[in-house]
Design a protein. Sequence first.
Length: 146
Amino acid sequence: MFALAVVAVVEYLGALEAARKLLTPLLRPLLGIPGSAGLSLIASLQSTDAGAGMTKMLYENKEINDDERSIFCAFQFSAGATITNFFATGAAIFALTNPDGSAAVKVPMIIPLVIMFVMKVFGANVMRFYLKTVNKKQAKDTQAQA
């Protein structure tokens, strides 16, 4: 609820328009979504509920279309609340030690986090490719029927 209230205040002050202009050149090629989804993207990295609620608001306000919503949901679905869950569970895992006192997990902490982010982008682009393929097929079927 707090995140949605912050969005309302930020939207009133014009920050969503600024985010749209600044983040669209980054998010459009990377994920196929507009820059106005940037705040929702950051919220989804911290809380699954805030990201979902903000995405719903973007869709209802016609900031994103149905395909962009599907792509964005694919991004949010994989490794939901990435940062929160990583620090909540990762702190315990990376603190594990062997009986001799050496670290049980010898992977640097940043590597799993990077892998999660890469797979989030990969999953969103798989959905993007799927939607593009389905839309082309539907357009072709429509032309064949006409």
